[in-house]
Design a binder for this molecule. Structure first.
Ligand code: LAC
Length: 248
């Protein structure tokens, strides 16, 4: 078994969702980090709740609804222009610094994204970041009307690339997504962006638990779901060496 395709999660894996903090802080000074963390936590929760309730709306609706929730719960005055400028950042998120180089070194394999993002959001994001030059496919779960970690979402990889799950390395920094892909039967590399030591250090000032520390505690440590990724890496730059070393 060699790796014929490397398929990436988008938000949090290739693109840094913390990069919205600059614009949320500019829009609401002093609230930037709070908005960023509550927004991402609610955005993910809404994907899971809508999937379970079978009331699918695409990720652009969910991203708007979770931002709306966040501004309301913080008692922040809403302004349509400011709201749309924050939403627009989701089409221009920062790529992680090692993303372009890592994907360039993997070009001898099929490269794709499988993401909860809607087709419109993902195509704009990939085009705006220049990743469209390196990707063979950008796959949105939209056509299945259910979000990851549903198996129906991961099934889109074989349906699109015609490559069996065991010959695909799925890469995500989101622990729940890495577990979902493993449960489906993909080979999985989980990017541990926050080490356990860094996690503990985030709570050294227990009198000052920042929203970012809470986000890291809730969304970056490997979940206890009875599943473990095949590989654990510290960044995208570890991938070319890992993939080259995977033998049948
Ligand atoms: C993605 C988000 C949910 O699917 O990480 O890209």
């Amino acid at each position: 078994m060699t790796i014929q395709a490397v398929v990436f999660d988008a938000y949090g894996t290739l693109y840094d969702i913390q990069s919205v903090a600059a614009i949320t802080e500019r829009a609401y000074p002093g609230y930037g980090e709070l908005i960023t963390q509550i927004w991402r936590i609610k955005q993910l929760e809404y994907t899971w709740l809508r999937s379970l309730m079978r009331r699918y709306e695409d990720f652009s609706v969910i991203t708007r609804e979770s931002l709306d929730y966040t501004l309301d719960c913080l008692g922040l005055k809403q302004d349509a222009e400011i709201f749309d400028s924050i939403m627009d950042k989701y089409l221009h998120l920062d790529l992680y610094p090692d993303a372009l180089q890592a994907l360039s070194e993997l070009k001898d394999r099929k490269l794709a994204i499988l993401s909860n993002g809607s087709t419109g959001m993902l195509n704009a994001l990939v085009r705006n970041s220049g990743l469209d030059r390196l990707l063979d496919a950008t796959i949105s779960i939209d056509s299945k009307s259910i979000f990851k970690p549903s198996p129906d979402a991961y099934a889109l990889i074989e349906e699109t690339l015609r490559i069996a799950p065991t010959d695909v390395l799925f890469v995500s920094s989101n622990p729940w997504d890495a577990c979902g892909a493993k449960a489906f039967g993909l080979k999985v590399a989980w990017i541990e962006r926050v080490t356990p030591d860094a996690m503990v250090r985030a709570f050294e000032r227990r009198d000052l638990v920042t929203p970012l520390a809470m986000f890291k505690a809730i969304r970056t440590q490997m979940d206890q779901l009875g599943l473990k990724p095949d590989h654990q890496i510290s960044g995208l730059s570890d991938l070319p060496g890992l993939v080259a070393g995977i033998r049948p």
